[in-house]
Design a protein around this ligand. Structure first.
Ligand SMILES: *[C@@H]1O[C@H](CO)[C@@H](O)[C@H](O)[C@H]1NC(C)=O
Ligand SMILES: *[C@@H]1O[C@H](CO)[C@@H](O)[C@H](O)[C@H]1NC(C)=O
Ligand SMILES: *[C@@H]1O[C@H](CO)[C@@H](O)[C@H](O)[C@H]1NC(C)=O
Length: 462
């Protein structure tokens, strides 16, 4: 094996036969695209300029030209900066039969947990993204050419269903990682993991030792309540949208259609259980004081009074604003659901992190209000917002909500494609670790000067 990086023309050190990656035609093409994007963005700006639609002071938190925009034809345009013009990554997906122990992380110790049951609900992303990657044009079956390596696991679901204990999850992960030479090679830097719940990577007890350099996909950007360390790192990890009920996100027959603004019964609503959380308890109190403005039905999650999916969304659509307070952790599925019943989400969760902040300006489509100011003042404020402004926010939300939908890769705007763009930004030409060394002829060796191709499991881990 001459070198690990045998790809040519993709890196500066591509070796010998490298072809120039940006030819004159490419440059002209790129320039044309920049100009088109520029005009499309201008067009978008003019029709949705915040300064024209928002009364009073408005200080933008972002540069509009760099945000994702929608063309007059309705298709989504990616900004030039940071994203380039082409999505081109190669991801290797570990096979369940290739690594001893991986099947346990997917189906539990008895192999009985079914992916069909794990794909549903708010944590379904761990199955959905895996399945989409298996079918994806970005998948490669050659490790030598892979930019990134995806390690599939459905542990959130497996643990919930009693398929593995915390201790087993920890031991199995360590065993799995020790069988991956490429994980050792990069110290895990080009390996991608999904942790779909509020616990984030903490579900793997020793994540901080083994995964603290890897790319973690998670809806949870904060974990300050129970543990003193956050498993989310802004600079290497990626926030993904929660998994909204398919019946609400798919095209065609929708489970529940949005109501016209004038037909909505309430100013605002909060649908969720109190879970003993301060903010949520305050909202329930507020409902008692202002029952005509705020709705917060007590939700039963089992028994005959349990709300069906359709009833849940019928409640949610009946207000202009959908309040999304903090729960067990910062992120809440309600935020994403709001866009599909077309109420304006009001985030009451100070530490929240939102997906795709590189390209989405959340001031255009939502409101974030201090959780320390939940009270009559909040309702007064929401009441003061003219319907015209609400309609505008909803219209903008309607354009970008495709980014929260795990639609097939063939759709240009989907959560999956947005995640691919984010992952592409994480690709590095070269990876190393404290146990990786290289020689004059580009041979990669370990501490004992054994060539990479001869590394044998179990690999030493941190
Ligand atoms: C690279 O150099 C090392 C040390 O001289 C040598 O053992 C190894 O065989 C060389 N590898 C190749 C592919 O030439
Ligand atoms: C996880 O497993 C590793 C390897 O066996 C062990 O060293 C570590 O202590 C375990 N972590 C916890 C929290 O049990
Ligand atoms: C990752 O974990 C290792 C082992 O616990 C530790 O030595 C290292 O400092 C950690 N690195 C980061 C970036 O947190």
């Amino acid at each position: 094996m001459a070198a690990i990086n045998s790809r040519t023309g993709r890196s500066f050190a591509g070796g010998g036969a490298s072809t120039p990656s940006c030819t004159r035609t490419h440059q002209i093409g790129a320039l044309a695209l920049v100009i088109t994007t520029f005009f499309l963005t201008r067009l978008f700006d003019q029709s949705f300029s915040p300064s024209s639609s928002f009364p009073g002071h408005y200080t933008s938190l972002s540069n509009f030209d760099d945000a994702v925009s929608v063309s007059s034809g309705g298709s989504l345009c990616w900004p030039e900066r940071g994203y380039g013009t082409r999505l081109s990554i190669k991801i290797y997906v570990y096979d369940e039969n290739e690594i001893d122990g991986l099947k346990l992380l997917l189906y539990g110790r008895d192999g009985k947990i079914s992916p069909e049951s794990c794909i549903k609900g708010q944590w379904g992303t761990q199955v959905k993204i895996h399945k989409m990657l298996l079918q994806s044009r970005f998948r490669t079956r050659k490790k030598e050419e892979a930019d990134l390596f995806f390690v599939p696991a459905y542990v959130k679901c497996v643990r919930m269903m009693g398929g593995l204990s915390d201790k087993e999850i920890n031991l199995t992960y360590v065993k799995v990682l020790s069988q991956m030479p490429h994980f050792r090679l990069s110290g895990g830097r080009n390996h991608v993991f999904i942790f779909p719940s509020g616990a984030g990577a903490h579900i793997f007890k020793s994540w901080a030792t083994y995964l603290n350099r890897s790319i973690i996909l998670t809806p949870e950007g904060d974990r300050t309540d129970k543990r003193d360390t956050s498993a989310f790192n802004t600079w290497k990890d990626i926030i993904i949208p929660g998994n909204v009920e398919d019946g609400m996100t798919t095209h065609g027959a929708k489970l529940v259609e949005p109501l016209p603004l004038a037909k909505r019964k309430h100013l605002a609503n909060f649908l969720g259980r109190a879970q003993g959380k301060v903010g949520r308890l305050q909202l329930i109190e507020l409902t008692k004081q202002f029952p005509d403005k705020l709705e917060s039905p007590e939700l039963k999650f089992s028994g005959p009074e349990k709300l069906g999916k359709a009833e849940y969304f019928k409640h949610l659509r009946n207000a202009k604003f959908c309040l999304a307070p903090r729960g067990e952790s910062s992120w809440t599925l309600r935020f994403y659901e709001s866009f599909f019943v077309e109420c304006v989400p009001v985030i009451l969760s100070d530490q929240v992190e939102l997906p795709f902040q590189n390209v989405v300006d959340y001031t255009q489509i939502s409101i974030k209000w201090p959780s320390t100011r939940i009270g009559a003042e909040l309702l007064e404020y929401l009441e003061s917002i003219p319907d015209k402004n609400i309609e505008e926010m909803i219209a903008r939300g309607r354009q970008v909500r495709c980014l929260w939908s795990y639609a097939p890769e063939t759709e240009s705007c989907s959560a999956f494609n947005a995640i691919m763009w984010e992952l592409q930004k994480k690709v590095r030409q070269f990876h190393q670790s404290s146990e990786t060394f290289w020689l004059h002829n580009r041979t990669i060796v370990n501490r004992n000067l054994v060539e990479f191709s001869k590394w044998k499991p179990p690999m030493p881990l941190p």
